[in-house]
Design a protein around this ligand. Sequence first.
Ligand code: CO
Length: 148
Amino acid sequence: MSNLPPLLLGRLNHVGIACVSIDDAVAMYGRLFGATVSRAAFDLPAQGVRVAFIDVANSQLELIEPLGDDSPIHGFLKKNPNGGQHHVCFEVKDIIAARDAMRARGATVLGTGEPRMGAHGVPVIFVHPRDTGGVLVELMQEPPEGHH
Ligand code: CO
């Protein structure tokens, strides 16, 4: 009855949240929710962001703030001066196959389309939000077992 292709989306790996200041965001998550950082802030120049992670029971929050003048987060913060939900990230079994499937299904992969190294040390791509109902979707290669 369904003509859908096989399910591409694996685990929800994280929700990306753009911040003016990671330090301020971490303080807020601590004060309001008792949450603590699971991975302290580090620079990810390949993506033009500084990143920190907060673990929750079944997923993670990825806090990102701009790194450098060319950071893609500057534009987002211009539209959302207090920060906000930036993207959702799903794991896929094979990032190249996922990239090719996105294109074959008519969606635009951002940048050159060549996967880039993401914050988890595995390759990622981003799918243009105009193709995904306004939500920036990150697809990441499934990390090796035990390294979620
Ligand atoms: Co992400």
